[in-house]
Write a protein that binds this ligand. Structure first.
Ligand code: NAP
Length: 233
């Protein structure tokens, strides 16, 4: 295993992503906190640095191919490695009133929640492969579980089901390369997305992310987890 691992967390400026940055940095991992708003990214990284943690902010808008390329090229050329990728950034829009508006919302949600995460994974894998070490954690949701699929939030449900497909495909393609790729559901967590009625703390929500991000080489790949336990798709 590499000495000081480098982790990139998307949407790291608040919510579960920020807590994942904190937990990973507490394990002596160098964390790159990705944020689409550079000022918010700097403020969040500054807060963690004040607590003595090794965290740097980097501009990363996961809905922008150019932004993803810039961030990953910087990691490859200047940092030289990426050991952990946490695909956390996401949006959960309300349902539309109009059919065409619905399609537009689905496109936008897929771009942010799935296509960005896929391109980041595609660009991270060759760097991980060169060191035979990588952990990719994809933030999914109970709203992607097919056997529990209900009404509403079609864009979000489609996107998180897509995240799970991505996990399976990328895990299969990286089998035997030292790269472990898993989906996880943080549960219902108190964030701006989860709302104030959510029963879970940020620490509880991020715990399985940190666990999957630091799995031993013999750890699982291509599975879906909640509370460190596999759950059905
Ligand atoms: P949140 O509080 O709404 O935070 C979302 C984060 O994603 C923010 O940092 C936001 O940045 C960022 N983001 C959105 N679009 C982005 C883009 N285009 N580029 C870069 N960053 C972007 O959400 P959360 O509750 O922490 O959720 C984190 C993850 O857990 C998500 O994948 C979510 O689907 C999943 N999840 C959450 C819950 C829950 O109960 N909270 C349950 C199941 C799954 P800005 O600050 O710039 O908006």
């Amino acid at each position: 295993m590499p000495e000081r691992r480098i982790a990139l967390v998307t949407g790291g400026n608040r919510g579960i992503g920020l807590e994942a940055c904190r937990q990973l940095a507490q394990l002596d991992i160098r964390v790159i906190l990705g944020a689409r708003d550079p000022a918010k990214g700097q403020a969040a990284a500054g807060e963690l640095r004040t607590a003595g943690l090794n965290v740097d902010a980097r501009h990363l808008d996961v809905a922008s191919i150019q932004s993803i390329r810039e961030c990953m090229n910087w990691l490859r050329n200047e940092v030289g490695r990426i050991d952990i990728l946490v695909n956390n950034a996401a949006i959960m829009p309300e349902d539309a009133d109009d059919d065409l508006e619905e399609l537009e919302i689905i496109r936008e949600t897929m771009q942010t929640n799935v296509y960005g995460a896929l391109l980041l994974s595609r660009m991270a894998i060759p760097i991980m492969k060169s060191r035979r070490y990588g952990r990719i954690v994809n933030l999914s949701s109970s709203m992607a579980v097919l056997s529990e699929m209900g009404a509403g939030y079609i864009a979000y449900r489609l996107s998180k089901t897509g995240v799970n497909v991505m996990t399976r495909v990328v895990a299969a393609e990286t089998e035997g390369m030292g790269i472990l790729v898993n989906s996880m559901d943080p549960g219902w967590v108190q964030t701006s997305m989860g709302g104030s009625r959510a029963p879970r703390s940020l620490a509880e929500g991020a715990d399985t992310i940190t666990w999957l991000a630091t799995l031993p080489d013999s750890g699982p790949t291509g599975l879906f987890f909640r509370d460190r336990k596999p759950i059905p798709w």
